[in-house]
Ligand binder design. Sequence first.
Ligand code: NAD
Ligand code: DAU
Length: 351
Amino acid sequence: MTILVTGGAGFIGSNFVLDWLRQCDEPVINLDALTYAGNLENLASLQGDARHVFVKGDIGDRALVDSLLAQHRPRALVHFAAESHVDRSIHGPGAFMKTNVEGTFTLLEAARAYWSTLEGDAKAGFRFHHVSTDEVYGSLKPTDPPFAETNAYEPNSPYSASKAASDHLVRAWHHTYGLPVVTTNCSNNYGPYHFPEKLIPLMIVNALAGKPLPVYGDGQQIRDWLYVTDHCSGIRAVLAGGTPGETYNIGGWNEKANIDIVKTVCALLDELKPSAEGPYARLITYVKDRPGHDRRYAIDARKIERELGWRPAETFETGIRKTVQWYLDHPDWVARVQSGAYRDWLDKQYG
Ligand code: NAD
Ligand code: DAU
């Protein structure tokens, strides 16, 4: 038994691979193109571990995906690989269409061809698990109920539109061809190995460097934060027990305004690594808003709890403390990511 993971050198993918191999011995084939967001250093602890096979490559390379499926005959494909940053999608949407839409299409076609060669239990048990986002549902008003799986899709950014498109492809490949797919739509993750272009890690590394903490607009936009290993356990639950063709929302029941997140990070840093210059909140700087900025996301995670018994293990208080502490404990990781030196890791480690 083997699983094929795409995007397993990114933030959530690398946490998933590490967690998976902590929980079981089932090997992971990890296909990742190592874009700017892919960092093999995240997986350094698996060096020499035969259960982890890393393959540098693009999900849009059909011949490569075909050969990996034929060679390793995985029982499941867990698809994380994507362009994931909303601000980058505003500056340059092309890569988002290429990877998130065309790349997912290529994977679906390769998975369909492979799956059609399977028989009996292997065919029935195969899963294509598509990892998606709550952003496909658009933006909530202050009094709206949280996003349920039945909400209409109303994506607002090039990123969320590309993810919505990929969700629709996955749905159609089930409906038309019978491919056993499951889709999870998760809220904002945070935790170790989060690339410091996203809100929480950016605030931590900027604060430690004494740089401004840029808060978009009025800072009152709301996100529903989930500690990354809780997302990983939710994916494992859906992979193990989810019904093919179904979608499952994953979230932390933890809505917070951005400005409160930033103030919490500052307060934790004041406690754990006080600055001689004074409280870190002095660095908070309101800047121009993100174009088309979604005001509020919130997830109704009752379906995954009711059907699969999943609940997050971390509260926001425990998760954010662990996260800030992780960044304090890993200054070398941060320095290599910031200098770009992490991109030399492959050569350095593997010659
Ligand atoms: P990330 O940007 O940190 O990592 C993406 C990974 O995909 C990187 O390792 C990158 O090298 C790889 N990749 C990109 N293009 C590729 C391609 N063409 N072929 C192969 N590999 C490629 O992203 P993340 O935050 O870890 O998100 C992972 C998935 O989870 C994405 O699909 C994202 O939409 C989804 N998601 C993210 C969040 C979040 O809060 N970060 C929340 C919900 C859902
Ligand atoms: O909701 C799930 C999504 O969460 C994922 O699908 C995306 O891949 C992931 O990047 C994340 O998207 P967001 O746009 O919500 O995350 P980001 O960390 O970029 O921003 C979080 C909020 O903080 C958002 O309202 C914008 C704001 N922000 C962000 C940055 C980087 C700031 O105010 N200042 C900043 O510098």
